[in-house]
Structures are given as C-alpha cells and as structure tokens.
Design a binder for this molecule. Structure first.
Ligand code: ZN
Length: 354
C-alpha cells in the first residue's frame, strides 16, 4: 500500500475509525451489550453493540410463508413488541469509515450522555433510550484493515479510487473491459497490485453479493442473520461518496410502502442537513430508478427480504477537495441523521401500523 498523503492517517481523538481503536473502544463498553455476529473471510471478528433490551419474537413461519398466507404475524407480530428496533450498519466498503465514527460517537452518547467531543444530543439520547438500537460499526473488517487510512478529507477522486477499489498489477489488464478490477465478482485478487478496501479478502463486494448462493460471503451471512434475528422496524446501511450527504433513492425491488418511506425520510434528512448548514447533495428524482443499482438486489434489499424491515442506505461525504467537510461537520451529519431516523421510526415504525 502507498502512503499517498500522511494526513489521511491522522485524525482528532473523537474520530474513531481505525480497526484497533474501534475495537479498543468496544472492549470498554459498559452500558451496551457487545458481541461477535460472525467472522470475515480473513477471520476477523465482526462486532455489534446494542442499547436497549431485546424482546423475544415467537415465530411460526418465515417471512414468505407468513406473507403468502396473509398472516405476517406468523413471522413477526409488531403488537407484541413494546420498543421500536433500529439496526445501524457501517463500513460495508472498508474505506467508507464516516458512519463508523458516527456509530462510536453514538455509543459514547449512550454510555456517558455526550459524544466523544463532549456534545450532548439530548433529543437523540432521549429517543434512543426508548428504543433498541443495534450498531455494527465495521461490517467488513478485511477491507477496513487493508485500506488503513483514517479519512480522505482534502483528497482526490484518485485517492478514493486507490484506497477504495485498489489498482490491478500493471500487466494484469490485457484486453479485459474497463473497471474489471472492481466490477468482477469475486475480484481476481491475485491480479491486484493493491486490493483496496472495497472487497473482503475473498474479493467479494458484500453490497452486491451472490445473495441466493451457498457461496455468500461470511460478512453478508452475518448481517443477514443479525437483521433477521432482530427483525428491526428499520435498518440503515452507511456508505460514503464524493458529493454531499444523501439518503439513497428507493429500491425498485422492495414493496411500495417501503419506497414511500425511503422518499419521505430522504426529504426529512435532507431538510435537516440543509437547516444545519451541512450541505446535502441534491440527487432526488421524481421517478423511480428501475435500472442498474436501484433495480437489482443489493444488500439493503436483501436485508429487507429476510426481515420485512424498512431498508435505508445513506452516503456520507468523504470531504474530498475542493470542498472538504470538516471532521466535526461529518460527525454532525451522522448524528443528525441518526436523530431523524430514530424519530421517524418511532413515529411511523411497524408497530404504529403500516
Ligand atoms: Zn460504499
């Protein structure tokens, strides 16, 4: 791996994004419950931390049999649960660590009453205290360890591409099509000079895994099992990109009710970020995108189908040049995002009617 800019490896102490420092923080958690939900392809632990008690779910069917016979309560009966449940998942792609920082600061708020900068988020804290919130700060450890940078603030698209999707060996391309080194699944890791953080050690991008196959990546399996087991009201998968903060467009392959919620919550989060001068990206569309990424089964869609939960995906800004977001702004984007999502789920979650 190249050190393209030494500044990428340094960050303020509240910016917990490094593999070692995130795990050290989780080792010290007291109010939350920490456990291992699975292991990566490379054998690293994938850890979750939960705040709020877990209520038992009595199953008499799977999500599909229950729906098909008109009795969704055979899989999950929201009337029997008293607290809304939300699952927050970050760093599916190893270099996209902004959501992990937000998760750790949220954990610290629940542990101590303030984030790691000492800021109290009273509305968020109060909302979370009445719910069960499960965090998976580093869902894909292999790529996190491999990409190693703490952030990419002030960097270029070339830096993002290097630490994200990596670079093939100089003679590996031949007559292969453009983008083969991150588009193929699995990525042929033996032909990469540097693999980047996008994929696990087996070369799998878990956001677009082979979801119905026995060869599903262990990270994907762990997330599917967690979300099915929790059957949350909603869950969020956090990524990062170059533009401003943005709740992803609706997925074509989830029920319409979920698509309406995705649009509404996207507007609420953008309005909050605009109000707080956090410069949301303007990518809303009037119509539903039925092609490409939003027209296929990606990780949020797959997690919806094993749980029935409202699927949400979010893109943080990396803060690349020429308009870098500050560390503080990126963290504020995350904590205001969590507050808006928790409030929405508390208001419109499954137990309040579909
Ligand atoms: Zn991503």
């Amino acid at each position: 791996m190249q050190i393209r800019n030494p500044a990428f490896f340094e960050a303020p102490s509240f910016w917990k994004s490094d593999w070692g420092e995130v795990n050290a923080y989780l080792d010290g958690v007291k109010a939350g419950q920490v456990w291992e939900i699975g292991r990566s392809h490379g054998g690293l632990p994938i850890r979750a931390v939960a705040y709020g008690p877990k209520e038992p779910i009595e199953r008499r069917g799977n999500p599909f049999s229950a729906e098909a016979f008109g009795h969704p309560e055979d899989f999950f009966d929201p009337r029997k649960r008293t607290r809304p449940v939300v699952v927050l998942i970050s760093t599916v792609h190893g270099v996209e660590i902004e959501g992990c920082v937000a998760c750790l600061n949220f954990a610290h708020l629940m542990e101590s009453g303030a984030d790691l900068r000492g800021r109290r988020w009273e509305a968020l804290h109060e909302l979370a205290a009445g719910m069960r919130v499960v965090l998976v700060p580093l869902a894909q450890p292999d790529g996190r360890v491999r990409s190693a940078v703490r952030h990419l603030r002030g960097g270029s698209l070339a830096d993002l591409s290097y630490y994200g999707q990596g670079v093939p060996k100089p003679d590996a391309g031949g007559d292969l099509p453009e983008g083969w080194h991150y588009r193929y699944s699995p990525v042929p890791v033996d032909r990469m000079e540097y693999q980047g953080g996008y994929t696990n050690d087996g070369g799998i991008n878990i956001d677009l895994d082979d979801f119905f196959s026995a060869h599903m990546a262990p990270e994907t399996r762990a997330l599917m099992d967690l979300v099915r087991d929790e059957t949350p009201d909603g869950f969020l998968v956090m990524h990062s990109h170059n533009p401003g903060p943005w709740i992803a467009s609706p997925n074509a392959l989830v029920p319409e009710r979920c698509q309406y919620h995705q649009v509404q919550l996207g507007a609420l989060v953008a309005a909050r970020h605009r109000r707080d001068d956090l410069r949301p990206a303007w990518r809303a569309k009037a119509g539903l995108d039925r092609s490409g990424y939003f027209g296929t089964i990606n990780l949020p869609t797959a997690l919806h189908h094993v749980s029935g939960a409202l699927p949400l995906a979010f893109e943080f800004p990396h803060g690349l040049a020429p308009n870098p977001y500050t560390f503080d702004e990126i963290l504020d984007i995350g904590l205001t995002l969590f507050e808006e999502i928790l409030r929405y789920i508390q208001t419109w979650g499954r137990q309040r009617g579909r």
